[in-house]
Design a binder for this molecule. Structure first.
Ligand code: GRF
Length: 201
């Protein structure tokens, strides 16, 4: 079975959805590790409750980004991690890190990329006035929110949506789309050719 490391920084609702999918055997893989950059993240409570190994490492405690990331890579190697699942991890990984796990890192983004990259995607989509938004799961490369797209799902924006109401539907969608993508990933159903991704369901 493949070993997953889930990277989080905050609430961890996607982590929870992945934990549940693994428990229900919808994803046949081990969540071997949760990596977190904040001691106070609620995601850690979820990981502890599920009995998952945790590696908490705050970048402030390292002299630079490289030594911070080297610390993470050491732990990932120790746990023989096959795939890295970014789930609300609020840090940009360097080219060094990405090279270590080329095409093995995925991320979920709460908008239809390449629109609304960055941290405030849901608000940005709402403020822009789009009628359709959604969720994207993509491979992670050196550029931010720009790697090859694996899967996307769309939802309609309602006239009376506020950020919180729209966010609720976006997150609900994330919680099915991300476990589904990971299931394809661990079964080797995702084929990457250049920027193009084919999912053999
Ligand atoms: C999600 O909206 C995800 O798309 C984005 O960060 C958020 C994380 O939420 N990358 P949670 O910590 O999984 O609840």
């Amino acid at each position: 079975m493949k070993n997953l490391a889930v990277f989080c920084s905050g609430f961890g609702s996607n982590l929870q959805a992945i934990i549940t999918a693994v428990k229900k055997k919808k994803i046949k893989a081990n969540i071997s590790l949760v990596v977190c950059d904040r001691v106070d993240a609620f995601a850690l409570v979820r990981a502890k409750k599920a009995g998952i190994n945790i590696y908490v490492s705050e970048p402030e405690n390292f002299k630079d980004k490289l030594s911070y990331e080297r610390g993470i890579v050491r732990v990932l190697k120790k746990h023989k991690i096959d795939f890295i699942i970014l789930a609300g991890f609020m840090r940009i990984l360097s080219a060094y890190f990405i090279r270590q796990y080329k095409n093995k890192i995925v991320n979920i983004h709460p908008a239809l990329l390449p629109s609304f990259k960055g941290k405030a995607a849901i608000k940005d989509a709402l403020d822009y006035g789009v009628k359709i938004t959604g969720v994207t799961v993509h491979f992670v490369d050196e550029k931010i929110d720009a790697g090859p797209i694996i899967l996307q799902r769309a939802i309609a924006v309602r006239d009376d949506d506020r950020e919180d109401t729209l966010a609720k539907r976006v997150h609900k969608l994330e919680h099915t789309l991300y476990p589904q993508t990971i299931e394809y990933l661990v079964r080797n159903k995702i084929l990457l050719k250049g920027r193009k991704v084919r999912v053999n369901k």
